[in-house]
Write a protein that binds this ligand. Structure first.
Ligand SMILES: Cc1ncc(COP(=O)(O)O)c(C=O)c1O
Length: 360
């Protein structure tokens, strides 16, 4: 077997230990004589697996009892519509912090349903920083305040939780969830597509304060309302059972590793190392303001972009894959989520120095 160092932004690397469990489980899962993909979601074995996944996630994130945990479909992008449809009345004013491509998309979708106030916008600095909260123009009457704690494409991350007063705080945590401990009680809604730190693509996690479940508009499709899922343990219709099961294995794995405080230490160490390697060279650079740099997605460019193709091809041959930056920004991006070990970051740093030596 030969596994590469995978720096994909998502779908992203999964822990090898989890993949091996899946492989072993497939022919005869849990003594059923079937794979998990072949059993009813309403049968006891799957219900127990689903419930354990939820409990393990609750344990990992210390989710308070007055929050529902939902396992949905539609990706984080579906949440761009579900959030306004469930938390605001038509035309009502909502606040958004715009720090890059994903928050821009969230704003564009919300504009279809409500009046969006972009309370802070990183566009003037080309989305290379988180504007300090002292500069935000928040509306205390807003139905909610939405932000994107980590911009996966730009590599811009909030290293603080915004103060939203009485206004429910909504976070698109797609690319940062489970990378460190977070105080869930500060949020109205946390949502995340699974395909980075949670598991395979196809499932979306929503953690919502129960008191917000009654704010939905009356005329929305029933499958776009949070309450119907909260009342049916996310089994309103057939859930993505395989993705849910794998997510459960990832949660178990994270607990075995020692939980989110341990992951935070590892993730910070990986990021610090990689930024240090970029900063000590004139050959590479990262455009993001130091206090807003992401632990999870590290974009960098070469001083001479004509070497980009060669860099990527050589990296690929050295077993370092998926380093191409997003098509909207170019350059490189190393995504270093939970399942990307420190050894992968070491290998990347070593490759970068060697490439610099032979091309400087
Ligand atoms: C921060 C963020 N939000 C939203 C999305 C969109 O997620 P999905 O493809 O699950 O709809 C992504 C995807 O990478 C993301 O990184």
């Amino acid at each position: 077997m030969s596994r590469v160092y995978n720096f994909s932004a998502g779908p992203a690397a999964l822990p090898l230990n989890v993949l091996e469990r899946v492989r072993d489980d497939i022919p005869d899962w849990n003594g059923t004589g079937m794979s998990v993909m072949e059993v009813s979601h309403r049968g006891k074995p799957f219900m127990a697996t689903a419930a354990k996944a939820e409990q393990d996630l609750r344990d990992l994130m210390h989710v308070p009892d007055d929050y529902s945990v939902l396992f949905l479909q539609g990706g984080a992008t579906m949440q761009f519509s579900m959030v306004p449809l469930n938390l605001s009345a038509p035309g009502q004013s909502v606040d958004y912090i715009q720090t890059g491509s994903w928050s821009k998309k969230a704003v564009a979708e919300a504009r279809r349903f409500c009046t969006v106030n972009v309370a802070a916008d990183g566009a003037a600095q080309n989305f290379t920083h988180v504007p300090p909260q002292s500069e935000w123009q928040l509306n205390p009457q807003a139905a909610y305040l939405h932000y994107t704690p980590n911009e996966t494409i730009g590599g811009v991350e909030f290293h603080f939780i915004p103060q939203s007063g009485e206004v429910p705080l909504v976070a698109d945590m797609s690319s940062t969830i489970l990378s460190r401990p977070v105080d869930v009680s500060r949020f109205g809604i946390i949502y995340a597509g699974a395909q980075k730190n949670i598991g395979p693509a196809g499932i979306t996690l929503v953690i919502i304060r129960k008191s917000l479940l009654d704010r939905a508009r009356g005329d929305i499709p029933s499958l776009l309302g949070y309450k119907v899922y909260a009342e049916s343990d996310s089994m309103t219709n057939t859930p993505p059972t395989f993705a849910w099961y794998v997510a459960g294995l990832v949660f178990e794995y994270l607990k075995e590793q020692g939980g989110l405080a341990v992951m935070a230490r590892r993730n910070e160490r990986k990021a610090v190392k990689l930024y240090a390697a970029i900063d000590r060279s004139d050959f590479y650079s990262n455009p993001v303001q130091v206090d807003s740099r992401s632990w999870m997605n590290v974009p960098f460019v070469l001083a001479d972009p004509s070497l980009d193709g060669q860099f990527l091809a050589k990296a690929e041959r050295a077993g370092l894959t998926n380093l191409k930056g997003h098509r909207s920004v170019g350059g490189m991006r190393a995504s270093i989520y939970n399942a990307t070990d420190e050894s992968a970051v070491d290998a990347l740093i070593e490759f970068m120095s060697e490439f610099e030596r032979s091309n400087a």
